[in-house]
Design a protein around this ligand. Sequence first.
Ligand SMILES: [Zn+2]
Length: 165
Amino acid sequence: MSNIFSGGSHDLDLSNGATAVFIDVLMLAVSDLASEDWDFRFAALLTLQDQNVMGRGAVGFDLAEFDWGATERERARAKDFVLRATALAASGHRWSELGYHPPRVHDYLHRFTTMVESCTPPADSSAARGFPGPDEAAMASCVRHRVLSALPLWDGCFLCNRPHC
Ligand SMILES: [Zn+2]
């Protein structure tokens, strides 16, 4: 089973294990960069990619189904946020906290960057499906790990919830 992250003509088809790694390193970066409302909604989307909660092989998202924002300025800023978070993740940000060495994750992040860069956020958000609304934003930060989590669905962050922890 695998999970598909797509945008435009690009696809990132990741195994369950690769998905977990990809989302973990992104979450560590997003947790430290998030500052505006949209960022916390994107963080909530990342929490929804936790296969320990959602089921294995049952996650993934499509950039075309994001609610990128109502104005061109908002959309550009949201896209820039995703790119900055991905770049920070690729720099190895907080990888030491994972408790494992993330294999091949540079490749996933590089391919994701290409996907986001080539994506033109749609002005019409009526196609947005499954993108967390303002009320669902991941505003809670786990005290122990300083990682965002979306309450009340999750009682802690992904580091709290991982089975081998
Ligand atoms: Zn935690």
